[in-house]
Design a protein around this ligand. Structure first.
Ligand code: THU
Length: 119
């Protein structure tokens, strides 16, 4: 649903048990409340009770790969850990990455627990 930018993105997230959860970007009149395809797929899976993931594919109709934005990297890391990220356009896979390489110094719940323990 990319009625404002026209930039359509699709994501397919695979759970540890092999189920595929898909998502597309959902734009809206506020612009700023847009949710990316990756987070839509992630929230669909989380809301179905899925907690372990293997990999996510992100597809856009571009020559260059479309990597997940910062917000998506944060949430994919928190709920999926070091996922494999597969980037593709409509013709072919363009590249593969590990999330830890795209998101090398994450803020996550371990840091929260450490902070609470010190106070
Ligand atoms: N977008 C995604 O859905 N995933 C990405 O990985 C990059 C960007 C969307 C958000 C917005 O609807 C449009 O692409 C342009 O930024």
């Amino acid at each position: 649903m990319a009625d404002y930018s026209g930039f359509k993105v699709g994501a397919a997230l695979e759970s540890a048990d092999g189920r595929i959860f898909t998502g597309c970007n959902v734009e809206n009149a506020t612009y700023g409340l847009t949710v990316c395809a990756e987070r839509v797929a992630l929230f669909k899976a989380l809301s179905e009770g899925i907690r372990e993931f293997r990999r996510v594919a992100v597809v856009a109709d571009t020559l260059a790969p479309t990597p997940p934005c910062g917000a998506c990297r944060q949430l994919l890391w928190e709920f999926g850990g070091d996922l494999e990220i597969i980037l593709a356009n409509l013709e072919r896979e363009t590249s593969r990455h590990q999330l830890r390489d795209l998101f090398p110094w994450p803020f996550d719940s371990r840091l929260l627990r450490e902070g609470i323990a010190r106070s």
